[in-house]
Design a protein around this ligand. Structure first.
Ligand code: ZN
Length: 246
């Protein structure tokens, strides 16, 4: 088994791919192939997509969807909730370093996150998220895509992915967060329905990224909750390059 990296290594790794001198993180870039530097990036954050769920379903779904090779890393997370986890993914800092435990904390934080840094440095960036989360970026980047939370979580994810699809022609760095499997697991839904939703969404994400030659990066935010799976603080960090075999 390969090394376990840290969740805070994700931001510096993506900064390296985007060829940006982002110096906020205490995490370190994972070694990547030179040929992926400078590519456009879609960063897909799947709520509670941990290593356990990845091994059970994610890898085989992705293998079938991508029809080829992709690179998988394991990262260890220090957050068990969405807001601090996403803050770690987007700043390269641990929760005790960024001190963000809710969306309200983001507004009072003066840490320059990677989407903001990218935008400041000429990489056209957008964030597609639940409205409260997305709106925390409104002062940082010109165009955000907030999606109002709703009871029908499948419809919510559908709207997120449609916003991603509409963004691919105009942006070079797209960050989004989908939430169906987290919601299902909190509500005690069985593994079959979780697998189906994961499969549907991963296939759609792959389809969107592949159609416009983005590098696709997929990760989870934190371990799964509920009783359906045993939560795992190790998360997948996956890099899929469609133009060549990684
Ligand atoms: Zn979450």
């Amino acid at each position: 088994m390969s090394d376990v990296y840290k969740q805070k290594d994700i931001a510096p790794t993506i900064a390296k791919i985007l060829d940006l001198p982002y110096n906020v993180p205490t995490g370190e870039s994972i070694e990547i192939k030179e040929k992926i530097i400078g590519k456009k990036v879609i960063l897909a954050i799947i709520d509670c997509f941990d290593w356990n769920i990845y091994e059970k379903y994610g890898r085989s779904i992705l293998k079938e969807a991508v029809n080829g090779f992709f690179f998988e890393y394991r990262v260890s997370s220090n957050a068990s909730k969405t807001s601090p986890a996403i803050a770690t993914i987007l700043t390269g800092l641990d929760p005790d370093e960024h001190s963000i435990s809710s969306t309200a904390d983001v507004e009072s934080s003066d840490i320059v996150n990677l989407p903001r840094f990218a935008e400041m440095n000429g990489v056209k960036t957008t964030v597609v998220m639940e409205a409260k989360g997305a709106n925390t970026f409104s002062g940082d980047i010109k165009e955000i895509h907030p999606v109002e939370d709703e009871e029908d979580i499948i419809e919510f994810d559908y709207k997120i992915l449609e916003n991603v699809r509409k963004s691919i022609d105009r942006f070079s760095f797209i960050v989004f967060h989908i939430r169906t499997i987290d919601r299902f697991l909190h509500r005690g839904k069985g593994s079959g329905i979780v697998k189906n939703e994961l499969e549907k969404n991963i296939k759609k994400i792959v389809n969107i990224a592949q159609s416009s030659d983005f590098l696709l990066v997929i990760t989870g935010d934190h371990k799964s909750h509920g009783d359906t799976f045993e939560g795992d603080k190790i998360l997948p960090f996956l890099i899929i390059n469609f133009s060549e075999n990684y």
